[in-house]
Design a binder for this molecule. Structure first.
Ligand SMILES: [Zn+2]
Length: 239
């Protein structure tokens, strides 16, 4: 396991997209660090793709699916169990709002449809999908079975800690624990939907999904990035 984590740490997931820079690789090669996302979620500092095959232009439902498809009951059970460290009362309100946004997004037909119909290069698939189909990824989200909390509880188990750094890192996490560190520099200026997208991105790492360390168009279609963006986008309609 330690070897696996080390390999992951070496090859994946060290993100450093400084504002005004062209997303250089980060030199902070902590072998256990599995995710380090930079402002803004990773988005504005990295060029946003406008790939017509990225799934965002897909029709809301697949005609072949027919009207029999419904949002599974697990989506309505989906909940979050979270612990907060170094959040003041105002921060708590924002993060609680963000988590409520995630729960509302999960319950929407649009979220389900966008995950199931997500495409990369014309194929219904995500990058770094861990060999899973879109349907299996959707189910994995609803199951809420983190690698370190593997029971199917339909719940995001979150351990969030706020910290302050003047660097461009939005947040980071390690494979060895549930804790997700979130930089107040960005948390303070993010809307709840943006915080929701950031949390969801990091949470997919807890489900075992990874992405490459350096920016690329394909990385935008990795499970963490694509779903983080999707939650933020749909969350903006809710907040
Ligand atoms: Zn990440």
């Amino acid at each position: 396991m330690a070897k696996t984590i080390s390999i992951v740490g070496l090859f994946l997931l060290l993100v450093s997209c400084k504002p005004q820079e062209n997303c250089p690789a980060d030199n902070n090669q902590d072998p256990d660090l599995i995710s380090k996302e930079d402002h803004k979620l990773l988005s504005s500092s990295c060029p946003q793709p406008n790939d017509p095959n990225d799934g965002s232009q897909d029709p809301p439902t697949d005609p072949e699916d027919g009207p029999a498809d419904e949002i599974p009951s697990e989506a309505f059970l989906f909940d979050a169990n979270f612990a907060l460290t170094d959040f003041d009362s105002k921060d708590e309100v924002k993060v609680s709002t963000a988590i409520e946004i995630i729960k509302k997004v999960i319950r929407t037909d649009e979220f389900r449809s966008r995950v199931l119909n997500f495409t990369y290069n014309g194929e219904k698939k995500f990058i770094n999908s861990d060999g899973l189909t879109n349907e299996q990824i959707y189910q994995k989200l609803l199951d809420g079975a983190e690698d370190l909390r593997p029971e199917v509880d339909h719940e995001m188990d979150l351990d969030l800690e706020l910290y302050y750094s003047n660097r461009s890192t939005v947040g980071y996490t390690y494979a060895s624990g549930l804790r997700i560190w979130m930089n107040k520099k960005f948390f303070n200026i993010y809307t709840p939907a943006e915080v929701a997208g950031n949390i969801f991105h990091e949470w997919t790492h807890k489900l075992g999904f990874k992405h490459t360390s350096n920016y690329s168009l394909s990385r935008e279609s990795s499970v963490p990035y694509a779903l983080g963006y999707l939650v933020e986008e749909l969350g903006k309609k809710i907040e």
